[in-house]
Design a protein around this ligand. Structure first.
Ligand code: CMP
Length: 387
């Protein structure tokens, strides 16, 4: 791998290795420090020296953003892109993407500092707060999730927006017919009636504009009921969209982890898809007890990375990534036969007991393969007289 690819890997948002996580934490910290220092600069009661310190910190943060922008521009060709693009085109593609544009705007303060405009008025510097909050938002995983949900649900959201617009304009028009004579200042035209319609339809109800005629009030009641239904529909669409997207992401994440477990390499894609839905990931630090001898078996584990020590009486077995453990108690319906302690930090995939039995019904071949290994282990343990 080239140095450029190595650095991109470190900045890649889907990389969750400790180095990448640390770098992300540092980026967020610098961003927050920048926001705090610019915000502090707008405090009128600050002394001159404190103000200069805030300006210095702002300058340092902005310079770091400048360096980061240049670095991102440099490794932009490593970001997956159509193979027809040249290196320069790949860089331009990133520079014109929303992230590229926001990163460019975020480093403007650095350019201002470099061009001798360091003593910007605190008020004009406050615009950086907005830019840096925006930069913080582009890196936040939740923002990408929201954007994805809105994109996936765009047709349903469009239908709700259309419904909202229909009710809004028809209620504003009817309110105008009914109330224009008595309250011309609020309902004299359809555009001015729209304010009342929006406030009523969103169930905000400031109470500044109220229909006076009985039919107008009846209309108000109907619009409120419509408003509640439309908002409930909107909440339902978004909640469903979020749940779907989170499930989809979790599936992909577990799918990637499953690919690292040797045991699943001979299992067909359909069987793997079945098991992926039942697994969840769990990490352990070194020296942690995962299974204690004599306990009831509540789950089995597949080792994605790391090593564990199995203590069977006085005998020890070491299991490495790709292996599984905790299957014997589930298959034999007996208490745990050994202690299992992590030797290194471990990532595991956990299959809970209920899902294990459900899977046994769906994928008997898979469980049979686990059973073969369990029998071999049991025979070995019996042989050595540790059980
Ligand atoms: P279980 O009995 O549920 O909990 C302890 C686990 O240690 C056991 O399942 C097996 O997964 C594992 N184990 C027991 N004996 C051996 C062995 N001889 N080799 C490897 N792993 C074992």
């Amino acid at each position: 791998m080239t140095r450029r690819a190595d650095i991109y890997r470190l900045f890649n948002p889907s990389n969750h290795e400790s180095g990448a996580n640390r770098l992300r934490f540092f980026e967020v910290l610098v961003n927050l420090i920048g926001i705090v220092s610019v915000s502090a600069g707008t405090l009128h009661e600050m002394s001159t020296s404190a103000r200069s310190l805030a300006a210095l910190v702002t300058g340092i943060v902005a310079s770091l953003f400048l360096a980061e922008y240049l670095l991102r521009l440099w490794f932009a060709p490593e970001i997956p892109h159509p193979s027809t693009l040249t290196t320069a085109q790949a860089r331009l593609r990133w520079a014109l993407s929303p992230t590229g544009v926001i990163d460019l705007l975020a480093m403007i303060p650095a350019l201002a500092v470099a061009s001798g405009e360091a003593r910007l008025g605190a008020e004009s510097a406050s615009v950086f707060v907005l830019l840096w909050v925006l930069k913080l938002a582009t890196g936040a995983p939740g923002v990408a999730l929201i954007a994805r949900v809105l994109h996936n649900q765009r047709s349903a959201l469009g239908a709700v927006a259309a419904l909202f617009a229909i009710v809004l304009f028809s209620s504003a028009t009817i309110a105008h017919w009914l109330e224009a004579e008595t309250q011309p200042q609020f309902f004299g035209s359809i555009p001015s009636s729209l304010w009342w319609a929006v406030v009523t339809l969103t169930t905000t109800g400031y109470g500044d504009v109220v229909p006076q005629s009985p039919v107008g009030r009846l209309l108000g009641g109907v619009v409120m009921l419509f408003g509640i239904s439309v908002l409930a529909l909107l909440a339902g669409i978004l909640a469903n969209g979020f749940a779907d997207e989170v499930r989809r992401r979790e599936f992909i994440r577990i799918w990637d982890l499953v690919a690292k477990v040797h045991f699943f390499s001979n299992v067909g894609a359909i069987a793997v898809a079945d098991i992926v839905g039942q697994l969840r990931s769990r990490s352990f630090s070194a020296g942690q007890t995962v299974i204690s001898k004599g306990e009831a078996g509540d789950a089995m584990y597949f080792l994605v990375s790391g090593s564990v020590r199995v203590q069977i009486g006085a005998r020890t077995e070491i299991l490495h990534e790709g292996a599984f453990f905790g299957e014997m108690a589930l298959l034999e319906r007996k208490p745990r036969s050994a202690d299992v302690v992590t030797l290194t930090p471990c990532t595991t995939l956990v299959l809970d007991v209920a899902d294990f039995y459900r899977l046994a019904g769906m994928q008997p071949g898979l469980i049979a393969a686990i059973e073969v290994e369990a029998k071999r282990r049991r025979a070995k343990d019996n042989e050595s007289g540790t059980q």
